[in-house]
Design a protein around this ligand. Structure first.
Ligand code: NAD
Length: 357
C-alpha cells in the first residue's frame, strides 16, 4: 500500500523524537511491503522563526494532501513572550480546526514492564490498565454560544453555554462504537444526565446509535463516578466516550495514572480527511537537544496512525509489540529509568524498537 504522511516535528524534543518514528515506519514498510512517502512542514515556534506565524498556509496544504499527519510537539521558552495571536500553541489549535478533527482518542495503556511507575496500588495495577478515552473535541461548553462577561444585579458574571447538536453526538458515538468493536467490545458513555439537559440529549442519542452495534456492550456513567472509578478500578473500562470538557479532564486523569508521560500517544480524527497523531507530552525544553527524550509516545502515535488512518491493524500491533519487547529487554530512557535497567538515549531507543519489528 502507498501512504503519504506529513511530518510536523515542531519544537524542543520534536525534531529528536520524529526521526525515531520514521525509522520504525520505514522498518514496517520493508517488512509488510508498503511504501511510505514523507513530506515535512513547519509548525509552532519553528514556523514562527521561519515565517513569522505558527501555522503557514503551506503547512495546511501539505497536511491536507497527506493520508495522515504525525506531529512532535510545539512551544518552548523562546516563544513565551510572542504576541498571543501567534503563540506556538495557536499552530496546533489551527491545524486541528483546519482538518476538522472532532474526535480525540487517548489510550491509557500501562505496559506491565512499567508497572512501578503507576500511581495506583499494586493490587489495582495487577488487574491491568488499557482504557481508550474518546473525547468530543469541537463542541460542548468550550465553543458554545452565548458566552462572555456581563454585569447583572450590580455584580460581574461570567458565563458559557454547554450545548450539543444531535449530529455531533451521533458521529462521535458511532466512532467510539467502531473503536470498541475493534477492541474489547465494551463502551461506557460518560455524562451528567442527572443534572444537565445537554447530557440527557447525549444519552438519548447514544442509545439510538447503540441499535446499530448490538455486539458492543453499552453502559452509562455519571462523570463524577467515572472520575472515581478510573482510580478505584480502571480495569473495568474498555472504551469511554464523552463530551469535550468531561473528556478533557478524564483523558488527563486516565493517562497520568500510568505515570509515564513519555509513553502516551494520541489521535485526533475527522470524518474523512487526514487524522493527526501526536504524543500527549509537550516539547520538554529541559531535555531538548540532549538525546535524552523518550521517543516511544511518538512511535506509538505512529502505530495509532497505521491503525486508524491506514487500516493496518497487524502493522500497528507489530509496533506496539516491538515497544513492549524493548521494555521487556530492559531498555529505558531517562524518564522511565529504574535500577537494574539499561539507560539509552533517544536515537538508540529508536534503533532498539525498529530492530524488534
Ligand atoms: P512537557 O510535557 O513538555 O514536559 C513535562 C515534563 O515531562 C518535563 O520534565 C519533560 O522533560 C518531561 N517529558 C515530557 N516528554 C518527555 C519525553 N518524551 N521524554 C522524556 N521526558 C519527557 O510539558 P511542559 O514542561 O509543561 O511544557 C513545555 C512546553 O511544551 C511548553 O511550551 C508547552 O506550552 C508545550 N506543550 C506542548 C504540547 C503539544 O505540543 N501538544 C503539549 C503540552 C505542552
Amino acid at each position: 500500500m502507498r501512504v503519504s504522511l506529513c511530518l510536523l516535528p515542531g519544537d524542543g524534543i520534536g525534531p529528536e523524537i520524529m526521526p525515531q518514528a520514521v525509522k520504525v515506519l520505514e522498518r514496517i514498510a520493508g517488512k509488510f511491503n508498503h511504501e511510505f512517502f514523507f513530506a515535512e512542514a513547519l509548525i509552532g515556534g519553528a514556523a514562527i522563526d521561519a515565517t513569522g506565524g505558527p501555522l503557514p498556509q503551506e503547512t495546511i496544504e501539505k497536511c491536507r494532501e497527506a493520508d495522515a499527519v504525525l506531529l512532535g510537539a510545539v512551544g518552548g521558552p523562546k516563544w513565551d513572550n510572542v504576541a498571543n495571536e501567534i503563540r506556538p500553541e495557536r499552530g496546533l489549535l489551527g491545524i486541528r480546526k483546519e482538518l476538522g478533527l472532532f474526535a480525540n482518542l487517548r489510550p491509557a495503556h500501562l505496559f506491565p514492564e512499567l508497572a512501578g511507575a503507576c500511581f495506583l496500588r499494586p493490587d489495582i495495577v495487577a488487574r491491568g490498565i488499557d482504557v481508550m478515552v474518546v473525547r468530543e473535541l469541537t463542541g460542548g461548553i468550550y465553543f458554545g454560544e452565548p458566552k462572555g462577561f456581563d454585569t447583572r444585579d450590580g455584580e460581574r458574571v461570567g458565563f458559557n453555554t454547554m450545548i450539543y447538536k444531535e449530529h455531533e453526538v451521533r458521529r462521535i458515538t458511532a466512532m467510539a462504537f467502531e473503536i470498541a468493536r475493534g477492541r474489547g467490545k465494551r463502551l461506557c458513555s460518560v455524562d451528567k444526565a442527572n443534572v444537565l439537559e445537554v447530557s440527557q440529549l447525549w444519552r438519548e442519542v447514544v442509545l439510538e446509535v447503540a441499535k446499530d452495534y448490538p455486539d458492543v456492550e453499552l453502559s452509562h456513567m455519571y462523570v463524577d463516578n467515572a472520575a472515581m472509578q478510573l482510580v478505584r478500578d480502571p480495569s473495568q473500562f474498555d472504551v469511554i466516550v464523552t463530551g469535550n470538557i468531561f473528556g478533557d479532564i478524564l483523558s488527563d486523569e486516565a493517562s497520568v495514572i500510568t505515570g509515564s508521560i513519555g509513553m502516551l500517544p494520541s489521535a485526533s480524527l475527522s470524518d474523512d480527511g487526514p487524522g493527526l497523531y501526536e504524543p500527549i507530552h509537550g516539547s520538554a525544553p529541559d531535555v531538548a537537544g540532549q538525546d535524552k527524550a523518550n521517543p516511544m509516545a511518538t512511535i506509538l502515535s505512529a502505530a495509532m496512525l497505521l491503525r486508524h488512518s491506514c487500516n493496518m491493524e497487524q502493522e500497528a500491533q507489530a509496533i506496539e509489540k516491538a515497544v513492549q519487547r524493548a521494555l521487556a529487554d530492559g531498555f529505558r530512557t531517562i524518564d522511565t529509568m529504574e535500577p537494574g535497567k539499561a539507560q539509552v538515549g533517544c536515537a538508540k531507543m529508536g534503533d532498539i524498537v525498529a530492530e524488534r519489528i
